[in-house]
Structure formats: C-alpha cells, structure tokens
Design a binder for this molecule. Structure first.
Ligand SMILES: O=C(O)CCC(=O)C(=O)O
Ligand SMILES: [Fe+2]
Length: 235
C-alpha cells in the first residue's frame, strides 16, 4: 500500500493560494476509504509505535495518540516524502516573506539529515484516536529548534457515519489583536495542510506575522481517527 496516485493529482496552486490567504488548505480525497481504514487499523498494532500519549495526563485535552517508530509504515512514509517537496517550495516563500534566513532542501531525506545532525532523531508522524467526549486543546507542534512550517492532518474516519463533533479548528493571532478561529471542513480521506507555528500575512500597512494554533472540538459521539504528518523529527 505504498503507491499514492492521489499525490500526482494535487492542485498545488490552489493549495498555495489557500495557505497564503488563510494559513490552512484542504487536499480533497488524498486517501480512499479503504486506505483510511487500513491506516486507522494500525492503531492497534503496538509494535508500530515508539510512544503512546494519553492526552488527559499532560493537559493536552482528552483522547490519545501514538507516535510511529521508524521504519514508518509504507503509506505514511510515502505521504511524508511525497508531500514534502511542494510544501517546501511554499515554506521557502514564507521564510523569505518573514525575513528568515533558513531555506528548506528539495527532498525530505535531505531535511531529515539536517534534523538528525541537530539531534532531532525521533519520528513525529502520529495516529490520533478520539472517542465520545474527547478533544484536543489548541497547540503548536514544535519539537525542537528545527521546525518545518507546514504539517498535514488526514481525517481517517467518516464524519457522516463514524462520529459527530470533532472539528479541526485553526486559530490565527496578529500582534495586539485577539485570535480568529476557523473550522477546517474535512470529509473522510481529505487532508488539511496547516501552518505549524506562524505564517506571513497581509496587514493594512504591509506584511505581518500571524501566530497559528490548531486543535479539535469535542467529539459528541462515535470515534474519530486522524493521521498527523509532521515533517521535522523530535529531539
Ligand atoms: O486530530 C486532529 O484533527 C488534529 C491532530 C493534530 O493535532 C496533529 O496531527 O498535529
Ligand atoms: Fe497537532
């Protein structure tokens, strides 16, 4: 299950436009229903993971998630490597807009070499599981000094059949302003691309920096699984 034909069909101009205007974008139908089920089913395979986090124990919300161990399952590895290059092009534009010097290499292997040389060696892709009453507090997925500014979240469950509530929320905050929230509408198999920590935005008097956070509203019933793809590794 390693080929991902849907990658070739992604309209990256549309994604870049959505990211530039709102800090988040949707890739429709990245994974088929069957692939979603296969990835979600990995949750029960303990040996696939390096760590399980029970969110209530850390003040992160309610529910749980597990970080994959290396080697990543084929589907997850293919998505991480395949989504990276077009996202790196967007990330590099953002770096320039924010007057930051770091530029990201063309291939994810090259970026991981950089992470690993800096001591960020632990894999960050994760599977999340929410049941009735669970939610995820607004947060930023920062795992060390090296940070790739975009991440991807794939909705593996079907909001029409599997769960109610449980909406992905993205907030942005400009200096001296209060936060603005948006719900990212996702169907099963859709992927959200979101800013990890901040992004360039347009203010009345020129470019501004928007601080970004994301979370998940309370699942009112059923079960919701997501796959999180973060491109920097963790220290
Ligand atoms: O379950 C979600 O929609 C959010 C997952 C998340 O926070 C992440 O992948 O970083
Ligand atoms: Fe997150």
């Amino acid at each position: 299950m390693t080929d991902t034909p849907a990658l070739a069909a992604i309209d990256w101009n549309a994604i870049a436009g959505q990211l530039d205007s709102g800090g988040h974008a949707v890739i429709p139908g990245l994974l088929s229903r069957e692939r979603c089920a296969a990835v979600a089913a990995l949750y029960g395979e303990e040996a696939r993971f390096r760590k399980r986090i029970v969110m209530g124990r850390h003040g992160y919300g309610s529910g749980e998630y597990q970080y994959f161990a290396y080697p990543l399952p084929g589907e997850v590895a293919a998505l991480r490597a395949g989504l990276y290059p077009p996202l790196a092009a967007i990330a590099n534009r953002w770096q320039a807009a924010l007057d930051r010097e770091t530029r990201f290499p063309d291939s994810h292997d090259a970026y991981l070499e950089r992470c690993h040389a800096a001591g960020q060696v632990r894999p960050t892709p994760l599977l999340l599981r929410y049941r009735e009453g669970d939610y995820n507090r607004l947060h930023q997925d920062v795992y060390g000094a090296l940070l790739f500014p975009l991440q991807v979240i794939v909705l593996l469950s079907d909001p029409d059949r599997d769960f109610e509530g449980g909406e992905l929320i993205v907030t942005e905050q400009r200096v001296r302003m209060q936060s603005r929230a948006e719900v990212v509408p996702l169907r099963q198999g859709d992927a959200a691309v979101i800013a990890v920590r901040d992004r360039p935005g347009q203010g009345a008097r020129g470019p501004v920096k928007m601080a970004m956070r994301h979370g998940v509203s309370r699942v009112r019933s059923g079960e919701r699984h997501t796959l999180g793809i973060i491109f920097h590794d963790a220290s």
